[in-house]
Structures are given as C-alpha cells and as structure tokens.
Design a protein around this ligand. Structure first.
Ligand code: ADE
Length: 252
C-alpha cells in the first residue's frame, strides 16, 4: 500500500511513523508513506498557501490552486509507478466519522492521498474538484489535519496482512469483526494475584470453550454499559457514503 500525505508540517510525522508498528511495516515494505510539502506547489515568491475568506470572518482559508496542483502531481506520480488511481481524502472536522469499518475499507486500497487542512478551512472549490471523501476522526476541532492523518494511517496499517506479529491480535481488538463490532473485554497477565486482586478463575481453568463464551459475554456486557450505541445492528451502506459536491454537508 502506498500513502502520500500533503501537509505544511511534514516533520510532524517523523515521530509517529518512525516508531513501533508503522515503522516496522514501512521497513518490511508493506506500506510506503511519503510526505509532500504543500508550499512546494506554490508559484509566488512568498510561497503563499492561504488568504482571507471572501465575505469576511475569522482566520485564513487555504487557497485551492496549490492543493489541486499537489494532488494532480501526486496522481501523475502514482500513475507512473503503475498504481491504480489513488483515493483522495481530506482530513476535516466536516467529514464522515472515522471508525473501524472505514479503516478496513481503506486498508484494502492500494493507493491513498491524504490532504491535511490547516487554518479555518479549505476553499470549497478544491474539495469539489479534487477530493473523493472528507474524513473526521471525531467531533472536536484540531489545529490541523496532521494528527488525524497519523491516526488514520496507524489504524489502517495494522490491518494490512502481515503487519501484526500475531495473526490473533487484529481480530480481537475492540470494534473488530471477531467481537461483532463490540468493545474488547478485560485482559490480565501474571501474577495471578496482585495487590490482593485476583485474575478471574476462568482464565486459569484451561477450559477453552467456556473461556471463549466468557470473553464474548464480557465484551457484550462492557459494550452495553459503556457504548450502547455499538449494540445497534450495523448498517454498512450508510457508513460508506462518499463525499459528493453539493450534498449539503456544510456543518461542523
Ligand atoms: N482537522 C481539524 N479537526 C479535525 C478532525 N476532528 N478530524 C479530522 N481532521 C481535522
């Protein structure tokens, strides 16, 4: 899988992508991640990427031309490398909410371009012309799309076959299909007694059938208590709606 990230702050990715599972996946050639400085696609002496909003208002708006030129250039780059057309994703608080189903959907793709917005927003004409989908990582406003891109890349990298050491880990994660989209229950390690607290007896019993039932029950009870919304039947269609120009998605 190939991920290209357009950003004003490439250095923000060095730490998160230089350590742990993502860096191992990069080293093993399972994912290739590159960052691309948006200012390299400006044409003026000051390398301007933003301007005041038409109609007034607070903050600055990112200009459409450098963003569109960056996306076009990276698409050519992908074509030259023999990749399928990359999906262009803008990280934005107005996007579809990111979840495990979306992570799985994106992990199955060969090529992505992630665009990190900054300031008060991005000129809508760039979104209409060049963006396939807007994704938000939650109902809060970050200073920019970079931390959201890091979250997205981490969540989908660990779903790429061969990235995780144990074949078991990904399916038993919270939200994963092995638990029916529910939360993971409690886990324990040695010692069996710590500070007067005991590991549940069933974990020491060696009865695998009972243990599996217990895990499912724990997962269900925890989900019911903490996230009853996840107990609702999932509706895959409504979770995969693509961005469409003029679909009225303007609220934060
Ligand atoms: N940019 C600013 N806030 C964001 C969010 N919640 N998700 C994705 N990108 C963002």
């Amino acid at each position: 899988m190939r991920i290209r990230i357009i950003t004003l702050f490439p250095e923000m990715f060095d730490g998160p992508f230089g350590t742990s599972i993502v860096s191992r996946a990069v080293r093993d050639g399972l994912v290739e991640i590159t960052t691309h400085q948006l200012r390299d696609y400006t044409t003026d002496r000051h390398r301007t990427v933003d301007d005041e909003p038409y109609g007034g208002g607070a903050g600055m708006v990112m200009k459409p031309a450098p963003l569109a030129d960056a996306v076009d250039d990276l698409k050519i780059n992908a074509r030259d490398a023999g990749e399928p057309e990359p999906r262009v994703i803008l990280l934005s608080p107005q996007g579809r909410r990111f979840d495990q189903a979306t992570a799985m959907e994106l992990a199955a793709r060969d090529s992505l371009i992630l665009v990190c917005g900054r300031y008060e927003g991005v000129d809508e004409r760039f979104i209409d012309a060049s963006v396939d989908e807007e994704i938000s990582i939650g109902d809060y406003v970050l200073s920019g799309g970079e931390p959201a891109a890091i979250v997205l890349v981490d969540a989908l990298t660990r779903l790429i076959p061969g990235v995780l050491g144990s074949e078991e880990s990904a399916p038993s994660d919270s939200f994963a299909s092995g638990l029916g989209g529910r939360l993971q229950g409690p886990v324990y390690t040695r010692p069996a007694e710590w500070d007067g607290r005991h590991v549940p007896e069933i974990l020491l019993s060696g009865d695998h059938a009972r243990l599996e039932r217990w895990r499912q029950e724990q997962s269900e009870a925890r989900t019911r208590e903490r996230r009853p919304d996840l107990m609702e039947p999932q509706t895959p269609k409504s979770r995969t709606r693509d961005h469409q120009a003029g679909d009225g998605d303007t609220g934060q």
